[in-house]
Design a protein around this ligand. Structure first.
Ligand code: SF4
Length: 351
């Protein structure tokens, strides 16, 4: 029997019941696939349901403001995904009358849509024979065919893409791709694959040779760069000073407590005080450290200390992109990841 037949037979009995599988709406598949990048299925389910309740169609999403969209994405991280989704949906509304195009080049040209997402949308929504190769599929195929090249490098990725193209089912390409997603999530998992339960075990070269635990070959990732930050918790009349991050770059456009990257040998409190003075013209005393957090992104790791600060003189007019903000209104703004946790904790302390 071929890989596709075994896989689909298993899928018919074991497919996961996921909210985005209840219909074949390409917009919903698009939303779920973007949310699932870098995020676990269990964590995505609630976000997905809330999102679809608020933005049930491309038109509803296209009309929403970026700030509202980011608020609905709050907590999922990698916010450029939400911005790209919004830009892509606006393009679909402007150029395709609100219906997802059916040609791979057109789908692939939408902001934030890579080969994998295009393959998932086209195969599931339109039954097109297009592979959807992500980390799961790379892992499964490198084991099935005992590929010993570095799976993160382009030649191995191209080899896997070609193999999937050969194996993908003619009649049910969407189910074939989804079966691979489920196999990667439940059976052919990264550590200790459950080979005895695997539907394609009899065709798996890695299993036959007993090397399934050492595949795929992967070059070690670089550790994220450590960045030290001091952040100010400055309160006036029950409101905190917050500011908006620049429109481009990490956590672009999100809101946070003012924070400075620590660079020189001065004590942290002095650096924070000097920075608040130079940027906001604020005279403050930096008091005790309230909270310390470590937050890891793909390429950097923030080591943050949040300091209570006290105003020493009347605050001047704030620059653009800064404001005094009541934490009771906290969920109306898209917060930059770790700052949201601190805002929630501060609000909790007051209740
Ligand atoms: S037999 Fe094992 S290694 Fe091979 S595909 Fe199945 S789970 Fe993965």
């Amino acid at each position: 029997m071929k890989i596709a037949a075994l896989l689909l037979d298993w899928y018919d009995k074991n497919a996961r019941d996921l909210p985005w599988r209840r219909d074949k709406d390409p917009y919903k598949i698009w939303v779920s696939e973007i949310m699932l990048q870098q995020t676990r299925v269990e964590a995505v389910k609630d976000y997905y349901e809330r999102w679809i309740a608020r933005f049930p169609t491309p038109g509803e999403l296209a009309r929403a403001s970026e700030q509202e969209v980011l608020t609905y994405w709050q907590g999922l991280g990698y916010y450029s995904r939400a911005r790209n989704l919004l830009a892509g949906v606006r393009e679909v509304c402007a150029d395709y009358g609100g219906s997802m195009p059916e040609e791979k080049e057109q789908v692939r040209a939408l902001p934030g849509v890579g080969d994998y997402t295009a393959g998932a949308i086209l195969s599931i929504a339109y039954n097109r024979r297009v592979p959807a190769v992500d980390g799961n599929v790379l892992r499964i195929f490198s084991r099935l065919f005992c590929l010993e090249e570095d799976i993160l490098k382009a030649p191995a990725k191209r080899a896997v893409y070609r193999l999937v193209q050969e194996q993908i089912d003619r009649d049910r390409p969407g189910d074939f791709n989804q079966a691979l997603m489920d196999l990667g999530a439940m059976i052919c998992v990264p550590q200790r694959p459950r080979c005895p339960e695997c539907p394609v075990r009899e065709l798996c070269l890695a299993y036959e040779r007993g090397v399934q635990e050492v595949l795929p070959v992967r070059s070690p990732k670089k550790a994220p760069a450590k960045v030290r930050l001091a952040a100010a918790l400055l309160e006036q009349d029950g409101r905190y000073l917050i500011c908006q991050r620049p429109a481009a770059g990490l956590l672009a456009g999100m809101w946070e407590f003012p924070s400075v990257e620590l660079k020189d040998a001065l004590p942290e409190a002095d650096q924070l005080r000097n920075w608040l003075q130079s940027v906001f013209l604020l005279e403050v005393r930096v008091m005790e450290a309230e909270k310390q957090l470590i937050h890891t992104f793909s390429h950097r790791q923030w080591h943050m200390t949040f300091y209570r600060c006290r105003l020493l003189s009347a605050a001047p007019e704030l620059p653009d992109k800064a404001r005094w903000f009541s934490l009771n209104d906290g969920d109306r703004l898209p917060w930059a990841g770790p700052h949201h946790n601190v805002a929630v904790a501060l609000r909790g302390n007051k209740e």
